[in-house]
Write a protein that binds this ligand. Structure first.
Ligand SMILES: Nc1ncnc2c1ncn2[C@@H]1O[C@H](COP(=O)(O)OP(=O)(O)O)[C@@H](O)[C@H]1O
Ligand SMILES: Cc1cn([C@H]2C[C@H](O)[C@@H](COP(=O)(O)OP(=O)(O)O)O2)c(=O)[nH]c1=O
Length: 661
């Protein structure tokens, strides 16, 4: 604030940040801390109220409370838009106050059934807050900074978990010190209620919040759509992580550490996960993200295996922390592997955790405790942790096998080089690649939305290929031939008005037919590698999905135009349309100036095309640094390269001594 009371923009604040947005994030931090604390507080209370003699018999009651807390997020998300029509601040305050009342009521009612009902209602009351991340914070930041605001809000939600974990452990210790070992969870329940009060007050002090359509995608819908092997790895971790949380309290009580012990395990897990997710992008930065994912998941599984077998709380807390780190790194790697399917990954994690906490505790209780020798008891809790570890490791390996983006490059030297901060590049002739007849060249197409970096990456790939002695032809669409240049002018000139979608499609196809006949096929016939900036997929995405014309028809038309030529590899660079368009210099051409929804449809179209033929596509997150992208592209191109020297010629030349100077 200046002396005149006018708020000046904070020069250090990220673009799009406003005082109101910052206050909203503070409220979100408080509310999220309360929600995470509720998890510890209500499960602790469920454990106390179960009152069974053997700690393991309390597991199903604890699992039930966890499942009821999570279930609304999975099952009721589609109902959230209904609250979007109400006043935003009133809904958020009501959501906090409802949770406050519920948490205070739990120790007063003091009944197992009410604790379970309260858990369900706390889960329901948390739902309106999800719209702060999906809608309100991005709307407050404005269109240009919406994505950044969404990310910051998500970080706030998950960053609150370790804070709540540590707070829960400390409060449990205090309660233990004051009231003795047989404490209930009253203190932490009341403190959680107070945190919700603080959140409600923070919301009241907020300025106006924008209304707007709430978009809370249904986790169940996302679970089934956009499946990916990366999702399998995340599922493995979610099941394993869910197993830890589901039996943490039982383990802590069995080891004589009570709620402070339980809180320490939760805090360790949450701190580790937050650290891993935050640092993930910097871990082995030059190493393939797929391989990092494929290694982090089994590493987490191994930690879980040891965790299941030791009977020492301090060791368990550290192992839970390291498991969290592995899980966090794996999560960040999975996000970079399928940047376009993060919603799917989140749904897998949520549903996996829900299944784990609902199903595993009753199984643990049913297995019971078995004495092995005189001083080692093996419990059902350990059994499900072991099962979680094995399953996670298996799913991690499946993901690595299915997705490996450095096939043919040995894992160990690749990892050793990455540990030294270097990128392992096998000599070209050592890389395993199917040899292709040299008389037919190779055709690589670069596709993607506006400003995705196609021209940049096509150029870098061509330079790299030429460095390795290949005959390379770089070309582009539309407009690579004389006729094509005239067609391009017609197609992209903003003065061209009223061009019908069919005519547009035919003109692009005419340009392509000329391009294939006069540039691409002659180059391939002499064995060259052709690198094209755009090809048929652009027509399918722009004229098909963008202009809403039948994709099948366009594919048929282009099959004829191209004489059936299909790229050996299509590199698809995915970028958020608005980010891509921002990268381009003004003024926009006729297609670039289409509305945002058109470009969204084009983007979705490209993805749908890649999904139908995953082996032919390399899909990359174009927001990553250019050098990283080009390395991944090189790795993939290497797999399809022909021998640089025709096999027949090599038979002769290889008998001569090499002259290197
Ligand atoms: N990975 C990247 N990160 C940031 N900027 C990039 C990246 N790749 C390309 N750019 C920049 O974005 C702009 C558009 O890139 P360009 O290769 O012409 O995209 P396209 O051919 O897909 O329209 C250029 O200024 C380029 O330097
Ligand atoms: C090849 C092709 C391009 N287009 C559009 C996409 C681009 O907006 C424009 C090509 O313009 P261009 O300036 O080459 O852009 P970029 O660098 O993004 O490739 O033509 C189609 O709509 N259909 C097609 O089949």
């Amino acid at each position: 604030m200046t002396r005149t009371g006018v708020t000046r923009p904070d020069p250090a604040a990220p673009p799009g940040d406003s005082p109101n947005l910052r206050r909203l994030r503070t409220a979100l931090a408080l509310s999220s801390t309360g929600q995470w604390l509720s998890v510890g507080a209500l499960t602790a209370m469920a454990g106390v109220l179960a009152r069974d003699d053997a700690p393991l018999d309390r597991a199903p009651a604890i699992g039930l409370v966890l499942a009821l807390l999570l279930a609304p997020a999975v099952l009721l998300a589609p109902l959230v838009p209904a609250v979007g029509r109400l006043d935003r601040r009133t809904v958020l305050v009501a959501a906090d106050l409802v949770r406050l009342v519920l948490l205070v009521s739990v120790p007063l009612v003091d009944a197992q059934v009410w604790t379970a009902v309260a858990a369900l209602l706390v889960g329901v009351a948390a739902l309106p807050w999800t719209t702060v991340v999906t809608t309100t914070a991005p709307a407050l930041a404005g269109a240009d900074h919406a994505e950044r605001a969404r990310t910051a809000a998500l970080r706030t939600v998950f960053g609150a978990a370790p804070v709540a974990g540590v707070l829960f452990a400390v409060l449990s210790l205090v309660a233990d010190a004051v009231a003795g070992a047989a404490t209930r969870a009253d203190l932490v329940l009341y403190v959680t209620a107070a945190v919700f009060l603080a959140s409600a007050i923070a919301v009241v002090t907020l300025g106006d919040l924008p209304r707007g359509a709430d978009r809370v995608p249904s986790p169940l819908g996302l679970l089934l759509r956009n499946g990916s092997a990366a999702g399998l790895a995340v599922l493995g971790l979610a099941l394993a992580g869910g197993a830890i949380v589901a039996v943490a309290q039982v383990e802590a009580v069995t080891l004589g550490a009570g709620n402070p012990g339980y809180g320490s395990v939760l805090a360790g897990l949450a701190l580790g996960a937050a650290f891993g997710a935050f640092e993930g992008p910097r871990v082995l930065a030059v190493f393939s993200r797929v391989r990092l994912l494929g290694l982090a998941v089994p590493a987490g599984a191994l930690l879980l295996l040891v965790l299941a077998l030791v009977h020492n709380l301090v060791v368990v807390v550290f192992l839970a922390g390291f498991f969290g780190v592995a899980a966090g790194i794996a999560w960040s790697a999975a996000r970079s592997v399928v940047p376009d399917r993060i919603g799917h990954l989140r749904s897998v994690a949520l549903v996996g955790a829900l299944v784990a906490v609902a199903v595993l505790p009753p199984v643990a209780a049913a297995i019971g405790t078995h004495r092995l020798g005189d001083d080692y008891a093996f419990t059902g809790a350990q059994a499900i942790l072991l099962a979680g570890a094995v399953l996670a490791a298996l799913l991690g390996f499946v993901a690595l096998r299915r997705l490996d983006d450095r096939r043919g490059i040995p894992l160990v030297p690749d990892l050793v080089a990455a540990l030294r901060g270097e990128r392992y590049t096998p000599p070209l002739e050592e890389a395993s690649r199917p040899l292709r007849p040299a008389e037919r060249g190779v055709f690589v197409a670069f596709e993607g939305g506006e400003g995705a970096g196609k021209t940049t990456q096509a150029r870098l790939a061509a330079i790299w290929l030429r460095d390795h002695g290949y005959d390379v032809v770089t070309t582009h669409e539309p407009g690579a031939t004389k006729i094509g240049m005239r067609l391009r002018a017609m197609l992209l000139d903003r003065d061209t008005t009223g061009l019908s979608p069919r005519a547009e499609t035919l003109l692009y196809a005419a340009d392509r037919a000329d391009h294939v006949a006069n540039v691409i096929l002659p180059a391939m016939a002499r064995g060259a590698i052709v690198v094209s900036d755009r090809f048929v997929d652009s027509s399918l995405a722009y004229q098909g999905y963008g202009r809403k014309q039948p994709v099948e028809d366009i594919a048929k038309l282009n099959g004829w135009a191209t004489q059936g030529l299909v790229p050996d590899l299509t590199v698809l660079l995915m970028v958020q349309p608005e980010a891509g368009l921002r990268r381009l210099p003004a003024p926009a051409d006729r297609i670039e100036s289409e509305p945002a929804e058109f470009h969204e449809r084009v983007r979705d179209g490209f993805l749908a095309l890649a999904e139908t033929e995953p082996d032919r596509y390399l899909v990359l997150d174009a927001s990553r640094p250019q050098s990283e992208l080009s390395r991944q592209i090189q790795d993939r191109i290497r797999e399809i390269l022909p021998d640089p020297v025709p096999a027949a010629a090599e038979d002769v030349t290889s008998t001569f001594p090499a002259i290197t100077d």
